[in-house]
Design a protein around this ligand. Structure first.
Ligand code: NAI
Length: 329
């Protein structure tokens, strides 16, 4: 079985090459370019393509892949909101993903963002390097004894809830389904969570229902001086409303691993470019905002688990087990 990997970075090649000898039935070729209607043609002659979180897996791309004879799209990530599942189905293409490679990797990054913005580490790092040892502007708050509100208590949200409990926080959560493992969490409705939390961390998927769930109205329900962290998907937050909230001093801090319009930036070195969107620049202009570039997943353990599950998915497809638990329909 031949697989063409799109949008390949050095860490992908390193982690897949480390285990691919254990899958002698699979042949892998890597390309740096990402999927698009034009580059999808490169997949002619391949059985499968492997794509990532910001790849274009829309209907036009899937139509080209279908014509090229590709039968499988392997998403080497958990989210699949960038995949047109109806178009995959109509082209007879199976889509598989890696649902839970290392929830702790993302949850630990969410807490790292919360801690960094709370204690203004992004500012103190730069200040001390410039021999500025003043503490003015660096005052944070104790997390101990405060309330953490977790939106979405699946695998990552549950890991974040456990971390917050470890900090001595009171943990509340909102989800349509209660996670029975989280007996220390109090489930509440979303407005109550927003109004009671000192730290809000978003861990639900991007769906029609959750699109722009953080907007002018929901921001107005939040406590003043709240810290908001998003490691899930950028479009959970309506960025213009977030910026208005930051300007009105609603937030003590914001930590974003994902943001709207991140796609052209994610995983690219664009230091010599003039960015086409002003969203990133506007967010970065605020002293209480930290933005990272979708790196929540980036730990050795997570990369190893992603590689193994992706190649196991390929083998399941090869062996006719296409209805395994990792198939998305
Ligand atoms: P999961 O499927 O285990 O959990 C998602 C939870 O959200 C479920 O409990 C579900 O019931 C809940 N949910 C769904 N709709 C909701 C709504 N309207 N309101 C409240 N809760 C709702 O997913 P997992 O593995 O925890 O991942 C969560 C998200 O994290 C993914 O969808 C993905 O977007 C993001 N992610 C980000 C990464 C990064 O590198 N920053 C890496 C991996 C995932």
């Amino acid at each position: 079985m031949n697989i063409l990997f799109y949008d390949t970075k050095k860490y992908d090649v390193d982690s897949f090459d480390a285990i691919k000898d254990q899958y002698p039935e699979l042949t892998i070729d890597y390309v740096k370019t990402d999927l698009s209607p034009r580059t999808a043609r490169l997949a002619k002659g391949y059985d499968a393509v492997c794509a990532f979180v910001s790849s274009d897996v829309s209907a036009p791309v899937l139509n080209v892949l279908g014509e090229a004879g590709v039968g499988l799209v392997l998403m080497r990530c958990a989210g699949f909101n960038n995949v047109d599942l109806a178009a995959a189905d109509s082209n007879g293409i199976v889509v598989m993903r890696v649902p839970g490679y290392s929830p702790e990797a993302v949850a630990e990054h969410a807490m790292a963002l919360a801690m960094a913005v709370n204690r203004r580490l992004h500012k103190s790092y730069i200040k001390v390097r410039e021999n500025n040892f003043s503490l003015v502007g660096l005052t944070g708050m104790n997390f101990y004894g405060k309330t953490a509100g977790i939106v979405g208590t699946g695998k990552i949200g549950a890991a974040m809830a456990r971390i917050c409990r470890g900090f001595g926080m009171n943990v509340i959560a909102y989800d349509m389904y209660r996670n029975p493992d989280l007996d220390f969490v109090t489930y509440v409705e979303l407005p109550e969570l927003l109004g009671s939390s000192d730290l809000i961390s978003l861990h639900c998927p991007l769906t029609d229902e959750t699109y722009h769930m953080i907007n002018e109205k929901t921001i107005s329900c939040m406590k003043d001086h709240v810290i908001l962290v998003n490691t899930s998907r950028g479009a959970l937050i309506k960025t213009d409303d977030l910026i208005a909230g930051i300007r009105s001093r609603k937030f003590f801090g914001i930590g974003l691993d994902v943001y709207e319009e991140e796609t052209p930036n994610v995983f690219e070195n664009r230091e010599d470019d003039i960015l086409e969107s002003s969203v990133t620049a506007r967010l970065l202009s605020f002293p209480n905002v930290i933005v990272t570039s979708h790196q929540g997943f980036l730990t050795e353990e997570a990369l190893e688990a992603i590689s193994r599950t992706t190649l196991d998915n390929a083998m399941d497809y090869e062996n006719g087990n296409i209805d395994n638990a990792n198939r998305v329909k």
